[in-house]
Design a protein around this ligand. Structure first.
Ligand SMILES: Cc1ncc(COP(=O)(O)O)c(C=O)c1O
Length: 339
């Protein structure tokens, strides 16, 4: 069935379609399957990444509502925060990032490099908060100040994962299948990182709306497989409702938390190994928080024989490169100790 998103206001922030890379050296290193990487990490403003897709819809609505200020949330090294800052710079909007020290990492690289350095470069006001209570209090203060100044605020949730933001990945998945069809490629599985779940929700919803017979394989980066599945289902149903469609069945949606490790933002050996493999076979740079975890889960499934050599898999690269530099000391240690 055709998917029509033309009723939703949208601002262009990316260079679409993003490329698809065939990855023969990675496929060979894994002993099959054939791996294709959809490069949502390249193209677009602010160093690119998956949030631009969501922000096209979120900011389209915000501008239609007359917003002049955007407030959003995330961890200190939020890619979503950085892309929101970049999009606001492009559109001449004020951007307030309320960032929480939710990851047990400190030091110069984590606190001042990577995404947070770019947030400031793009002109965002960064509010660093100690915990959830501080975050709630800071948000109240930001909103009160905006009201006193007579500004109109649009607030976006963590990861831009509202039902409207999810439409960005409905559009991305329509784009992906148009590319695969024109290349004459049949795929069996889409591998997607799952954090706040909006990306996977959009992919899963579009697969359902388009009636495609592929597995949507969510690699969790923070929550359990069950929690992530519930988040994806809830968001996909809410987005379908926005589109005037019934809730999708999503019967080929899976999630795995086998690579989450000790928690969000804490990379394991498995994750560093995944970064090394993608880098040294295809010169594709993953990040240690999202794509590295999804890749680690994918590699583990291949090695366990749960994904066979007969499959063709699209790995959705959702970006996050700036975040790698926040982990530069750890990366250097890993490369020194493990080659
Ligand atoms: C690079 C990267 N990949 C994947 C994700 C996960 O996307 P979602 O939050 O929509 O599940 C994020 C979210 O912040 C991200 O920054």
């Amino acid at each position: 069935m055709a998917v029509d998103l033309s009723a939703f206001p949208r601002v262009p922030l990316g260079h679409w379609p993003t490329p698809i890379d065939d990855c023969p050296r990675l496929s060979a290193a894994l002993g099959g399957p054939r791996v294709l990487v959809k490069r949502d990490d390249v193209g677009g403003i602010g160093a690119g990444g998956n949030k631009l897709r969501k922000l096209e819809f979120l900011l389209g609505a915000a501008l239609a509502d007359g917003a002049d200020t955007v407030v959003t949330f995330g961890a200190v090294q939020s890619n979503h925060g950085r892309q929101t800052a970049a999009a606001c710079a492009r559109l001449g909007l004020r951007c307030e990032l309320v960032l929480t020290r939710s990851v047990p990492r400190a030091g110069e690289a984590y606190e001042r490099s990577g995404n947070i350095a770019l947030d400031r470069l793009y002109g965002a006001t960064v509010h660093l908060c100690a915990d959830d209570a501080d975050t709630a209090e800071t948000y109240r203060r930001v909103i009160d100040t905006a009201a006193t100044d007579g500004r109109t605020v649009a607030t976006f949730p963590v990861g831009g994962s509202s039902p409207l933001g999810v439409l960005g990945y409905v559009a991305a998945t329509v784009e992906l299948f148009a590319q695969l069809d024109s290349l004459g490629l049949e795929v069996h599985r889409l591998v997607v990182p799952v954090g706040s779940a909006g990306t996977a929700a959009g992919v899963a919803l579009a697969v359902d709306l388009l009636g495609r017979n592929v597995i949507v394989d969510g690699g969790c980066v923070s929550h359990t497989a069950e929690e992530s599945l519930a988040d994806i289902r809830r968001l996909a149903a809410a987005s379908a409702e926005l589109m005037g469609r019934p809730a999708p069945a999503l019967d080929r949606l899976r999630t795995t938390d086998r690579a989450v490790g000790p928690g969000y933002g804490i990379p394991t050996d498995q994750v560093w190994d995944a970064l090394r493999l993608f880098a040294r076979t295809e010169a594709i740079t993953l990040d240690p928080v999202y794509t590295g975890k999804a890749a680690a889960a994918f590699i583990d499934q291949v090695r366990a024989g749960e994904i066979t050599a007969a499959e063709t898999v699209v790995f959705l690269h959702t970006g996050g490169l700036p975040g790698l530099f926040a982990y530069a000391p750890e990366l250097a240690d890993r490369l020194n100790s493990r080659g």
